[in-house]
Every structure is written in structure tokens, then in C-alpha cells.
Design a binder for this molecule. Structure first.
Ligand SMILES: [Zn+2]
Length: 256
């Protein structure tokens, strides 16, 4: 069977050692969406792959498909950014691992999603330049949900459309992915009270440039509320816990 090698920019979302010297990888690419492949001899041939195949590295990869579906063959790679500044710091490394895991959950194999690819590369650049805050993680989650087609409704009641300005005690519905006004709230375990101030801050952060993001802070109860509603919504959509978020939470509890 003829094989045609293709080239694309790719971020490593997951990397798993396989056999004696191979590596199985999951990438987010700019052209082909999520892509799974095997790099034969990756752990032996540093010349062919260098450090382009480490988790959350950005690289140009050369790959070929044999037949339909299944793993692609990664034939070579050139690192574009290895993010040494992230890797030198434990907290930043854990945040990068978390955003890569989220991107893996919300991307589809073979389905191009350039906004998601650009969001991830922009955010890795942002993590690297050293102004990382927990608030920025929430803003990333909001943007990721939007680029994957699951943007939560925070500016009006998800059921009746009442604008946020006139809702007195909004509650977040994880299943619907939006806030509900008092009239549309039937008590249930999935409805989480959230303050209007937190919602307004999230809406502001959702649209602001990354460079200006550090000017907005969610502190104390606001940080807790936004972590709770976004975490709940992500768990509902993925049907699972995001492992690296739990690790990040545990480490922060222990060291901060
Ligand atoms: Zn309503």
C-alpha cells in the first residue's frame, strides 16, 4: 500500500512508552484534529525525534497512515517549543499537564479544530511566561469549552432567557451547562448557587486577551465557586474525573 507522509504542527497530549524502544502518542494537530500514532524507535533515535515527543511539546511532525483508522506512523519530528520554562517549575508543569489532558478530552480524532489548537499553544506560551494564576486556569477552561462547542451559558437563564442582570440568586445547572433563574430552579443536587459577581468576572475573563488576563482576579469565594461550577460541568461532559486536576489540587494543598 502506498503511504504518503504528511506534515503538521502538533502538541503532544499524551506519551506512553511501548515495547523496548517505541512510543505511542496522542497529538493535537492544527490540520487533523486529534491524532494517535506510534513512533518506532523513539527512545533510541534522539536524532530523529529529539525532545519533540515529550508531553506538551510543540513540534512539526511527519506522519503516514497505513490503511484507514488505527495508529499513524510518526516518521520524524522537529521541536518548535519544548517549553523549558514550564518544565523547570512543578506547578507550571502540572498546569500544562492539566490543560493537555483537557484538550485531549475535548478534541476529536481526525476532526480539525484550529481554535482549540491555537488556544492550547497560546496558553502554553502564557504558562511559560510566568504569570500563572488559578483565575487564568478558569478562563482557559471557559475558552476550551467554547472552542469544543460546549460554552456554558452564564449571561442569562439557560431555560427562559432572563438576563443575568435581573436574576437575583442564580444557580448553575451542570447538566444543562448554564445558570437558572429562581423561577426555573427546581431544587436538585446539581444546582449550585453562584454569585452574580463571579458570573460577571467569568464573562469578562472569557473575552479578554491573555496578556491582560492577570489584571482580573477571582479571589476567595469567587475562586471556589468558579472552580466548582466549571469542574462539575467538565465532569458531566466527560463522564470522568480529570486526573491531572486532582494531582494539581493535592500538590497545591500540600505546598501552599
Ligand atoms: Zn429562568
Amino acid at each position: 500500500m502506498m503511504k504518503t507522509a504528511q506534515k503538521t504542527r502538533a502538541i503532544v497530549l499524551r506519551s506512553l512508552d511501548y515495547g523496548e524502544s517505541d512510543r505511542i502518542l496522542t497529538f493535537l494537530t492544527d490540520e487533523f484534529g486529534k491524532l494517535k500514532g506510534i513512533a518506532k524507535g523513539a527512545r533510541r533515535s534522539r536524532r530523529r525525534f529529539a525532545n519533540a515527543l515529550e508531553p506538551f511539546s510543540l513540534a512539526t511532525i511527519l506522519f503516514s497512515r497505513r490503511g484507514s483508522g488505527g495508529l499513524s506512523f510518526i516518521e520524524g519530528s522537529d521541536v518548535i517549543n519544548h517549553y523549558a520554562g514550564i518544565r523547570a517549575d512543578l506547578d507550571r508543569t502540572l498546569v500544562a499537564a492539566y490543560v493537555a489532558e483537557l484538550a485531549e478530552q475535548f478534541s476529536v480524532e481526525g476532526k480539525k479544530n484550529l481554535p482549540l489548537f491555537e488556544l492550547l499553544t497560546d496558553f502554553l506560551g502564557f504558562i511559560e511566561c510566568g504569570q500563572m494564576t488559578e483565575t487564568a486556569e478558569r478562563f482557559f477552561e471557559l475558552r476550551l469549552l467554547k472552542s469544543a462547542g460546549f460554552e456554558p451559558v452564564l449571561d442569562r437563564c439557560v431555560t427562559c432567557g432572563t438576563p443575568l442582570e435581573t436574576i437575583e440568586s442564580p444557580r448553575f445547572d451542570c447538566r444543562e451547562g448554564g445558570i437558572r433563574c429562581a423561577r426555573c430552579t427546581v431544587n436538585g443536587p446539581d444546582f449550585i448557587p453562584i454569585s452574580v459577581g463571579t458570573l460577571k468576572t467569568l464573562l469578562l475573563g472569557r473575552d479578554i486577551d491573555f496578556a491582560r488576563m492577570t489584571r482580573i482576579g477571582l479571589s476567595g469565594p469567587m475562586a471556589r465557586e468558579s472552580r466548582e461550577i466549571l469542574g462539575c460541568f467538565v465532569r458531566h461532559l466527560t463522564g470522568r474525573e480529570i486526573k491531572s486536576l486532582n494531582v494539581l489540587g493535592e500538590i497545591r494543598k500540600r505546598y501552599t
